[in-house]
Design a protein around this ligand. Structure first.
Ligand code: NAD
Length: 342
């Protein structure tokens, strides 16, 4: 008996995003992630399993809600770009907990960019100052346009100020975002980029304790969406900014290892984002506060994203069937199945 597993290739994912519309996908994903964050207690949670090397990291990100199990394979290699390769690539799987059989295999390089942007914008919806219309994006690489469009669609951002140490990245980003209803302002420094911005996204890639923003450049009343600090020894913000901020995280046991908060004492107070969304913890307290979403990316976001893609398969037909589970008619006759093929 053939037991086929739906597979969403890069080509099908691209078609699926075009069919639905990128801003709709981002909005739908934010809603799906938010719904899963509200039922946080139902999920198995563990810090992701990381294999570090001098060049980067390879990670497995598993979770389960008791009915469906999911995991993502993802890498982070900041030096890849110089070799013409992506910093981040990924694929992921969903399985039925009842049988253990896979029910979806999908590319997740594009899906990770979408779900990261959706999560960032979802967090900002809860934490950013009211009426925020201008965002700075520092780091204009593969993730940047997804971030800009998510903040436009979900938070109503109308102006994006761009900065990257590589002018070519900023030009690429501005070119890709042109004509999408955003005012785009390329800037020459990070300090210039954050001028007048109520939301500051840092999304650079460098395997270092970098200081993309120093303490004295960041005023009160802003929301920082810190995305690029997501590994031990890989951070973006000066420690003093963290000390002035109310810090919101995904899953503390993982973020304390990987996030900006690795620079702080292990008991430094942080608020779990899901608690804000579920009405169990306070978000932004006042207009003058600095809120920081110390994003590292958590397995439940990938689970939500994979489930969303799965829910679109029948209506779009954008998948192919993979023969990846050996499933003999007599479950004990695996060897017979192998030999009969001769
Ligand atoms: P990328 O390599 O495509 O782009 C990174 C950009 O940052 C490059 O254009 C580079 O020139 C720029 N940059 C490096 N140092 C800089 C600096 N000091 N100031 C300004 N710009 C600088 O990488 P990407 O795929 O866009 O990913 C960006 C970061 O986001 C990575 O660190 C990645 O690990 C992280 N990430 C996090 C999540 C999450 O969920 N938190 C998800 C995906 C990616």
């Amino acid at each position: 008996m053939l037991n086929l597993v739906p597979f969403v290739s890069v080509d099908r994912m691209i078609k699926l995003v075009h069919r639905i519309g990128v801003e709709t996908v981002l909005t739908d994903l934010a809603a799906a992630i938010e719904a899963d964050f509200i039922r946080w207690g139902q999920f198995d949670k563990t810090p992701r399993i990381a294999s570090h090397s001098d060049a980067g990291v390879i990670e497995l990100m598993p979770t389960s809600d008791g009915r469906t199990y999911g995991f993502k394979y993802v890498n982070g290699h900041p030096s890849n770009m110089k070799r013409g390769l992506q910093t981040v690539t990924a694929f992921g799987l969903l399985a039925d907990v009842e049988t253990g059989y896979p029910v979806l295999l999908s590319e997740m390089t594009i899906l990770t960019a979408l779900r990261t942007a959706a999560t960032s914008a979802m967090a900002a919806k809860w934490l950013a100052p009211k009426g925020a219309r201008t965002m700075a994006i520092i780091g204009n690489g593969a993730q940047a346009e997804f971030q800009a469009l998510a903040f436009k669609a979900i938070c109503g951002i109308t102006e994006v100020r761009l900065f990257d140490i590589d002018l070519a990245a900023t030009s690429k980003c501005a070119r890709n975002l042109a004509g999408r209803g955003l005012t785009l302002t390329p800037c020459r420094t990070a300090e210039e980029a954050i001028l007048g911005a109520s939301i500051i996204t840092t999304i650079t890639a460098d395997k270092a304790n970098a200081t993309i923003l120093t303490d004295n450049t960041v005023g009160g009343g802003v929301h920082i969406n810190g995305v690029g600090g997501d590994c031990p020894g890989k951070t973006e913000l000066h420690r003093d900014i963290l000390l002035r901020s109310a810090i919101f995280v995904e899953y503390p046991p993982q973020t304390r290892i990987e996030g900006e908060v690795q620079q702080l004492a292990p008991d430094h107070p942080v608020t779990e984002l899901w608690q804000v969304i579920a009405g169990k913890a306070e978000g932004r307290r006042d207009a003058a506060q600095i809120t920081l979403f110390d994003s590292v990316g958590f397995a439940i976001e990938d689970f939500s994203a994979l489930n969303y893609i799965r829910s679109k398969l029948q209506e779009t037909g954008l998948y192919e069937d993979l023969d990846m589970i050996a499933d003999p008619d007599d479950p004990r006759d695996l060897f017979g199945m192998l030999m009969r093929a001769a």
